[in-house]
Design a protein. Sequence first.
Length: 191
Amino acid sequence: MKSAIAYLLIIALNALGASAQGVFSNQTNSALQKVIADYPNKFSNIRGERINSSQQTNSYYSKVEVPGSSANIITLYNNRQQEAYGWKSEIFESDNFNTARERFKEAFDNIRNTIIKIEGMSPFILNGKYEYPSEEKNSTTISFNLLPASGEVQKLKVELSLRRVSSGWKITLAVAEQEAIEQEALLSSNY
């Protein structure tokens, strides 16, 4: 009986470890590939059901999810001059800064040098420089460049961020046009 319980405990611990690492694996790269590949279509192929709508934004569930993430959202920013689109995944949250910092580094290591292929274009490599987060700073953001970037993809930004939230620390992965990033920052500052 004791050996059966010990065996089940070992299986449960292994499953927990595997699911915790699932967010920062090739599955993250696979999700990024799908999201970036649909960017020229304004994320229309991966856009799910509408979550909410306001005068400034429309938010939708994403059909592409990073395994283990808590939320995957596509947002359309309605600007008078033009529309801008963004995809965001909340990939990890912890009340412990050191744990969040380790996961942030792990996510960076898995995303850096990812090769992205979009049909009809030459492959791109995601390239970014690691920035060390500090508990004294409320947020740390790493921007990845798509190399070589040309045409419509030049407007695309990939960002990994670690920021302080009321419950601790949250890691977010975003794929968006520069205009969408600016619109979100503007809307966030109004709250």
